[in-house]
Design a protein around this ligand. Structure first.
Ligand SMILES: [Zn+2]
Length: 109
């Protein structure tokens, strides 16, 4: 279980709780407070999505590093790393999956 999966589970639970809270407030005659709670639930749901994507990325990096350690020739992930996507290929971070960075890609999972 990665840290991202733990965060995703926590934010999903909080999002569900805020959704229920928003419904209770709306039924209780406080629609503005319910709308605020619903907005919080939506933000937490977006965070759940982001953390889930990062968790899947970490699993893919781990699987790639494992296959490379067995001697298989495996192409890099697309994008090769998150910094390369943010910098449009100008920079690469320590988790880069390009073959020249392969020695570092599986060390800190
Ligand atoms: Zn890269």
């Amino acid at each position: 279980m990665t840290t991202h999966l733990r965060y995703a589970i926590g934010t999903a639970a909080a999002s569900a709780a805020f959704t229920v809270f928003a419904l209770v407030l709306a039924v209780d005659g406080r629609p503005w407070l319910g709308a605020c709670a619903l907005g919080s639930a939506i933000l937490l749901a977006c965070d759940t999505r982001r953390e889930t994507v990062l968790h899947r990325r970490r699993l893919a990096e781990h699987h790639l590093a494992l296959r490379r350690s067995r001697g298989e020739t495996v192409p890099a992930l697309d994008p090769c790393c998150l910094l390369a996507r943010a910098s449009k290929g100008q920079a690469h971070d320590h988790r880069c999956t390009l073959p020249e960075h392969a020695a570092l890609s599986g060390e800190d999972l």
